[in-house]
Each structure stands twice: as C-alpha cells, then as structure tokens.
Design a protein. Structure first.
Lengths: 612, 84
C-alpha cells in the first residue's frame, strides 16, 4: 500500500488519519447512545488525540541537526500550510475568538483582519528571503546578515520576550482544557498539558512538531466546523452558514432594538454579584461606530496585529522548512487559506450562538422568558455551577432581559453545541479541538524559544566547537526548561496580570519587524543600526506599555494608543533609530552586500548550509 | 543594468503593487466602515461582511496571485528553481 518514502505517502497517511478520526467520532457517538457517560467521552476524546500526537512525536525522533531544526527542509507546501495554521491558531483563537466577536462586535473583528492580513506582509517581505537564507532560527538570520554576537543576542532577547508572553497563555489554556476534560485540578492540568507538549517535540524537534501540528490542524478544524454547520442546519439558518446568515444578522439587529442594548454600570454588576470576567451583550452585532476615533481604533489595532504577525519568530521559522523558495511563498498562501477556514467561521458561530439565545421563536431562546424557567434548563444549571454563566435580575420582574444574562467569552464555543441541543459527543470533540489548538501553538513557541537559546546563544556564542550530539542534548534540555518555566508561571495563575496575547505581537513588532525587513530590502542597514533599532524600539514600546497599562502606571492613552497597541510607539522608534544610526555608520562590507544580493534571487544554494 | 538588478526592480514593483492591494483591503475600506455598512452583500451589512469574511478571503487570493506572478518574474530572468 505504501510505496516510496514517508514524504511521498503524506496524503495517504493523513487521509487515513482523518478517516480514522471520523470513525472515532462515530464510535463515540454510538457509545453515547449506548449510555457511556459524558465525562468518559470527554476523557476518551482528549486522551485518544493526545496519545496519537505523542506517537507521531515518537516516530519523528531524530539525531540530525537539520532534521531537528528544519524538519530536513522537506515539508511539502500544503502540509507546511496546515502545520503553520495549527501553529498560528492558539487555544485562545479556538476558544475565545467567537466569544470576542459575540461580545465585541465590529470593533473586535479588527483582530480577524489583523491576524490574517499580516500574512501578506510575511509572503511579500520576508518568508521567501528567509528561506533562501537558510537560517535555523530568526536570530540566526539577524546574526548572519548584520554580523556579530551582539546583534544576534538582541534578536534573541526580543524573541524570548515576545514568545514567552505568548506561551504562558497557551500552557494555561492546555491546562484549563485538560483539567476540565480529565476532571483534575487546574495546577495538575497544566503539568499534564506540559508533558503532552514535550512528548510532541522533544525527540524530534521541528520535524516532530511539524507532523504533530498537521495532525492537530485536522482535529481542530473538524472540531470547529462540524458544530457550525450542524447548528446552522438544525435551526434552519442555512445549509452553508458562511454565505447564508445574512437574514440572521439582520434579525439579531432587529432583536437588539426590540430588547434594547443596555450597558450595565459597574456598580450594578458588582452589587448583583456577577463573577469576574462574565459579560452581557452591550455592543451591536453588526453595527459600525461612527466618527474618526472609532475608525482609528479599528485600523490601529489591525496594523499592530498585522505587523506583529510578520515579526513573530514561531511563524517565520515554519517557512524555513520548505524544500524551495517558491514553495515557501506558496506555503504562506496555503497557511492563510487554512487559517481562513476557521477565522471566517468564528463570526458565523457567534451569530448562530446569539440567535439561538435571543430569538424567542426558537426553542433554544432564553431572552424574554421567565428566569425560573431558564434557571431550570440543564445546560444553564451546569455552566452556572462552574461560574461560566450568570443571571442577575436587575429590574426584579422575573423575566430575563438581554442585559441580565452574563456569560464568559469561552462559553460561546464550549457551550453552544449543548445550547443548540447537539449530542454530547460534539462537546467532547470541541474539547479535543481546543486542546489541539493550544498544544500546537505552545509546541511551536517553546521550540522557537529553546532553538534560539540552543542554536544562537549556546552554539554560536558559548561553545561553537560543540559536536552534533552535544548540541542536540543541549537543545532538548533547554526545551524542557523553557516548557517547565512556562508551566510554572501558568500554574501560579498570574497570566491575567501578564497581559493579553496581543502584547506578544506588539513586542515582536517593536523589536524585530524593521531589522528583519530592512535586512533584506535595504543593503545600507548596518549592524550598529540594527542593534540600536532593536533596543530602542523595544525600550520605547515597553516604556509606553508601563506608562499606559491600567495595572502599571495607568496614564491616559495618547491618541487612543492603549496597551493593546503599544507596538505603534515601539516600531516607529525602531525604524527611525535604525535608519539614522545606519546612515551614520560605515556601510556594510562588500561580502555582506553580495550576501544580500544573493538572498534576493530564489535560485542557487542557500546562504547557510543544511548543517551549520 | 545587470540581469539581477532588473529582476530586483521588477520584484520590488510587484511587492509594492501587492502591498497596495493589501492596504486597500486591510485599511482603506475600513476608513469608510460606517458609510459602507448601509450597503449590503449576500444579505450582510457590507462593513460587517468585509471584516468577518471579505477581506480575509481577499488576502488569501492576493497571496496566491502574488506567489504565482513572482514565480513568473523569477523564471523570466532565469532565477527559477528547478527542483520541486
């Protein structure tokens, strides 16, 4: 059945895997009918999928440097696209994106544009050139292009700061999902999550992460799309929700004006005892705010996320693994296509979820019903006991108003299948999807950090004479250390004060975007310019973050540039300083100029060899 | 001008063209978000549609188009890759 090598058989292997996974879902559905409890099904889903990833991780073990760092540069275009999509879509994307759209409306959806539009920058400005360069890590490019360990170290600094901000949130998400599905405490869940993550990456580095990420993408996209299509068909909204929910969006707008969008005062919410983090609908579903500030808020957020996307090392390094420059370019397109499948479904899920709850003509509608009836619903009871939903009867009339219904954002994805009356097997599937999303991103991030530390700091700076065996041992030890540090911080439950995932984008954009882009597009860029740019951009961005973030100094934002958008301060500072200092210092030598010329054409050998 | 320089000129032009399209779908249309939301597409308000789906789809198409055309530019100047 399998002729030829592993790479030639990839479509067959993953085809079988997908088929096997669908059969597993069917078996669980049959088990549910046969009376197996919901809890057992949840455990089976998470345990089965994680065991598969661990098996893939084990089978992909390697003792070669280029396989460990670059997956042997033989990941085909489309598969690399799937792996990147899994790398990209975090537990937060999976669990919280639809909820964000649900509560935040149009202005939140700037994230959707930002987290996809950035790939245009990746493909035009960076990915093909970095692939031609042949670097192992992002600091490897900076260090070789500009020359010297100083500049290399600055790049490692930005990388660690940006990726570590991101990774604790991911390990946190893995822990939350593992804890819920396996019925263990959160602190234990975090360590279970970490062990699962390390099983996927430790033995095979980039190679193992690549092939587990492809498997994880398949699980997460199946888990996201099945409920969306099912609910849409079940409530008669349309066979193909993405094209057919126009009426439902219009209906929500009508219902909003019928029920009234009321923003509860903080004092009322507190007095009613609403648990922290729960929200009520107070923003129009499809309405757009008027005025210049609303426009600026939308566009500035989109810019930060786009430029940040193009600077995040764990994404850029995925394009180092393709067989050629043109496949790196195409691979970016496939990545975005696979991301698009999920991102374009999030607003549809938010719409379906909202109409299910709001429309009094649907059997699932709860707004306008008597509170006693709503509270006796099975799913309301269950999610209330976990403090995920809450009812506060502000006006004391015993009827549930729109502003009296509170939910946590994650509930939109996690509970909508139950609300719409789908069988429990779908909820188990969603848990497995969330776990896959969080694990795949955490894997990519932990690997990005530990590879930078092992290749750039250890091998290039501390011990350039180390042999392959020693290098790979160090790489693996660092992987465990970085993962454990992330898990330790996540288990302390301080991620809420570490700030939003958006910060990772702002850090990366402040310190890395211009040094990377100018390294390819401006021959005159010098080492001194890059160092000064990275440090000043990072310093300016961080200083502004401290200045503006409510939990730090909490000063009023300049021009609406709040803590989610501090990259708008850091990146311009980085650009100006880098250009000025570059022009003040001596132009790069002829060898460097030739190297840049060579990077700009796809044909020929990569600048850095397969093993370096 | 050498072959390499001509190739780079054309590559730069293609990059700028692609980024113009990108800027249009990521920023320019949202400058008029309030104004265009009264229009409708597939039954959705237009600004809502673009941010939920339209611009995202546009980016996918832009990158595929960019990659194909860049490959042609590379081949035109003899810098295409043989393998793969």
């Amino acid at each position: 059945m399998f002729k030829g090598g592993f790479i030639q058989n990839l479509p067959k292997i993953y085809g079988l895997y997908t088929g096997g996974f669908l059969v597993f879902i069917l078996m669980m559905a049959i088990a549910e009918q046969a009376g197996v409890t919901a809890k057992t099904i949840g455990i089976l889903f998470v345990a089965f999928t994680v065991a598969i990833y661990a098996l893939i991780g084990y089978l992909s073990r390697t003792i070669q440097v280029d396989a460990y760092y670059l997956a042997g540069r033989q990941v085909p275009t489309v598969f690399n696209g799937m792996a990147t999509a899994a790398d990209w879509m975090s537990g937060a994307s999976f669990v919280a994106l639809a909820g964000g759209v649900y509560f935040g409306g149009y202005s939140y959806m700037a994230f959707l544009v930002g987290w996809t539009g950035g790939y245009v920058l990746v493909s035009t400005l960076l990915a093909p050139y970095l692939r031609k360069f042949g670097c192992y890590t992002v600091p490897d490019f900076i260090g070789t292009r500009y020359g010297g360990n100083g500049v290399r170290f600055c790049a490692v600094l930005v990388l660690v700061l940006a990726s570590f901000t991101y990774v604790t949130a991911q390990i946190n998400a893995t822990g939350t999902i593992a804890a819920r599905a396996l019925g263990i405490p959160f602190e234990a869940g975090v360590w279970v999550g970490l062990v699962s993550i390390l099983l996927c990456s430790m033995l095979g580095g980039m190679r193992a992460v690549t092939w587990t990420q492809v498997a994880q993408y398949i699980v997460l996209i199946v888990a996201y799309l099945i409920p969306v299509f099912w609910i849409s068909n079940k409530i008669g909204a349309g066979v193909f929700p993405h094209l057919m929910l126009g009426d439902e969006v219009q209906r929500i707008t009508d219902l909003e004006s019928q029920f009234g969008l009321v923003k509860n005062s903080a004092a009322d919410v507190k007095a009613a005892g609403v648990p922290g983090g729960l929200k009520s609908i107070a923003v129009a579903h499809a309405g757009v705010g008027a005025g210049g500030m609303a426009v600026w808020k939308y566009i500035s957020l989109a810019i930060c996320m786009m430029v940040g996307t193009a600077s995040l090392p764990h994404i850029l390094m995925r394009y180092f693994t393709t067989p050629s420059v043109k496949s790196a370019r195409k691979s970016v397109a496939w990545s975005l296509f696979f991301i698009f499948l999920l991102y374009s479904s999030a607003p549809m899920l938010a719409t379906l979820s909202k109409i299910s709850l709001m429309d009094p003509n649907l059997p699932t509608g709860i707004i306008g019903k008597s509170i006693a009836d709503v509270q006796s619903l099975e799913w309301v009871k269950q999610w209330s006991s976990q403090k995920q939903v809450f009812i506060a009867d502000f006006n004391g009339d015993g009827i549930l108003q729109l502003n009296e219904w509170f939910m946590r954002t994650g509930v939109v994805v996690l509970a909508t299948p139950e609300v719409a009356g789908l069988p429990y097997v779908i909820s188990g599937l969603v848990a497995a999807g969330g776990m896959a999303a969080a694990m795949s991103t955490a894997d990519g991030l932990v690997l990005a950090i530990s590879n930078a530390l092992s290749h750039d700091v250890y091998y290039n700076m501390i011990d350039p004479k180390a042999d392959v065996r020693k290098r790979l041992i160090v790489a693996r030890v660092l992987l465990v250390v970085v993962g454990a540090a992330g898990a330790y911080i996540a288990s302390m439950r301080i991620t809420s004060i570490l700030g939003a995932v958006a910060w990772a984008f702002d850090f990366a954009m402040s310190g890395l975007f211009f040094p990377l882009v100018l390294g390819v597009w401006w021959k005159r860029a010098t080492r001194e310019g890059a160092i000064a740019g990275m440090l000043s951009g990072l310093a300016a961005g961080t200083a502004y973050l401290i200045y503006v973030y409510p939990k730090f100094l909490g000063n009023p934002a300049w021009l609406g540039i709040d803590h989610l958008r501090f990259g708008l301060i850091g990146a311009p500072v980085c650009l100006v300083v880098m250009v000025v200092v570059s022009l003040m210092t001596k132009a790069p030598d002829a060898a460097t100029q030739r190297m840049v010329d060579e990077v700009r054409v796809p044909s020929g050998k990569s600048i850095l060899g397969r093993a370096h | 001008m050498s072959n390499k320089e001509k190739h780079w000129q054309k590559t730069k032009g293609h990059m700028i063209m692609t980024l113009c399209l990108w800027a249009f779908f990521s920023m320019v249309i949202f400058l008029f978000g309030y104004e265009i939301n009264g229009m409708s597409f597939l039954g959705y308000p237009l600004a809502y549609y673009m941010t939920a789906q339209g611009s995202l789809l546009a980016f996918v198409i832009i990158i595929f188009w960019f990659a194909n055309k860049q490959e042609k530019i590379d081949e035109e100047f003899g810098f295409g890759e043989k393998e793969d």
